[in-house]
Write a protein that binds this ligand. Structure first.
Ligand code: ZN
Ligand code: ZN
Length: 333
């Protein structure tokens, strides 16, 4: 089969490798779509031993012994390699499994290839009316964002600010609108993405042209009920604490693995009953709830799939993604 490898220094190599065989409890899928993700950029620079790609949907073409999923099923790949036995897994919270053996596409070969093997229990069966693009969007984009906004009980809130309108920030906008949050500001530097924000019912703000703080405080003097931080930088993390209202909630969804240092907290942060939530991925029942929201016309996930490239065009897909005038870029091997 054809597969793409990231060799480091932004070099992507397409090569032929043997098609893998599913073992016991594993299925082989023909990859239909793999979403380009911001988190891949690090390994594009550093290089990666395995086939990358962790936002994958496809069709089961072979099933090893002991699988429940049938050959021919259209599935989305749930990435936490969870045990299926622990109290968390029994509730569908594979994202919280303490026995997790890594993540598909990070600790196993991923979806930048024609075929991919995954555990049977990680193959989430899609409804026939859900497209492969939507299947991919139900993972990191709508899934991760949807989990965070559920934890912040967004349906009880009046106002929100999303910092960063990348795929997950936009996913949060879609989700909050579906849950009926009346006012959702979105701070984003790309004009293309601000246009999308407007189309999807958010209020775009260009933080390079006006003070985010002044803009929010003009309408909400005490701050907004929810701040959804989807950038992952110290500046925007601390800004979240500044702009959340008394008793409000911050979703820290952006990936920031660097040093987070503060001389001392501001007095207002010490007094205002701020809840900060860090969440990871989503639960399996939420996948099916989100799928129902798409089928019910509440969640227009399709609008987020803006570009598509064949596997041979994976380089062009990245260049397009990095250039910024995109939401979700799909590679279709
Ligand atoms: Zn991703
Ligand atoms: Zn478990």
């Amino acid at each position: 089969m054809r597969a793409a490898y990231f060799r480091g220094n932004e070099v992507i190599e397409l090569t032929d490798v043997p098609t893998p065989k599913p073992g016991e409890g594993e299925v082989l899928i023909r990859v239909a779509a793999n979403g380009v993700c911001g988190s891949d950029r690090k390994i594009l620079r550093s290089g990666f031993q395995l086939i990358p790609g962790h936002e994958v949907a496809g069709t089961v073409v072979e099933a090893g012994p002991g699988c429940k999923v049938q050959v021919g099923a259209r599935v989305a790949a749930y990435i936490p390699i969870h045990c299926g036995e622990c109290p968390f897994c029994k509730k569908g919270q594979g994202n919280l499994c303490p026995n997790m053996k890594g993540l598909l596409g990070w600790s196993t070969n991923g979806g930048y290839a024609e075929y991919m093997v995954l555990p049977d229990r990680n193959a989430l069966v899609m409804d026939d009316r859900i497209s492969f693009d939507e299947g991919v969007l139900l993972l990191d984009t709508v899934g991760t964002a949807g989990h965070a906004i559920r934890l912040s009980r967004c349906w009880e809130r009046e106002s929100a600010l999303i910092i960063g309108a990348g795929p997950i920030g936009i996913g949060a906008l879609l989700g909050m609108k579906a849950f009926g949050v009346p006012v959702v500001y979105v701070s984003e530097i790309s004009a293309y993405r601000r246009q999308k924000v407007e189309e999807l019912g958010g209020i775009p703000i260009d933080p390079t042209q006006e003070s985010l703080e002044q803009r929010i405080r003009a309408d909400f003097p005490y701050g907004v009920d929810i701040v959804f931080e989807a950038v992952g930088s110290p500046a925007t993390i601390w800004q979240s604490f500044d702009l959340v209202t008394h008793g409000g909630t911050i979703n820290l969804v952006g990936e920031y693995w660097g040093k987070l240092e503060l001389e001392h907290p501001k007095a207002q942060w010490m007094l205002n009953d701020i809840t900060a939530i860090r969440s990871f991925y989503f639960t399996i029942p939420e996948f099916y709830e989100n799928q129902q929201m798409i089928l019910g016309g509440k969640l227009n996930a399709k609008a987020l799939a803006t570009h598509s490239f064949p596997l041979e065009g994976v380089r062009a897909a990245y260049d397009q993604f990095v250039a910024g005038d995109t939401l979700k870029v799909m590679v279709k091997p």
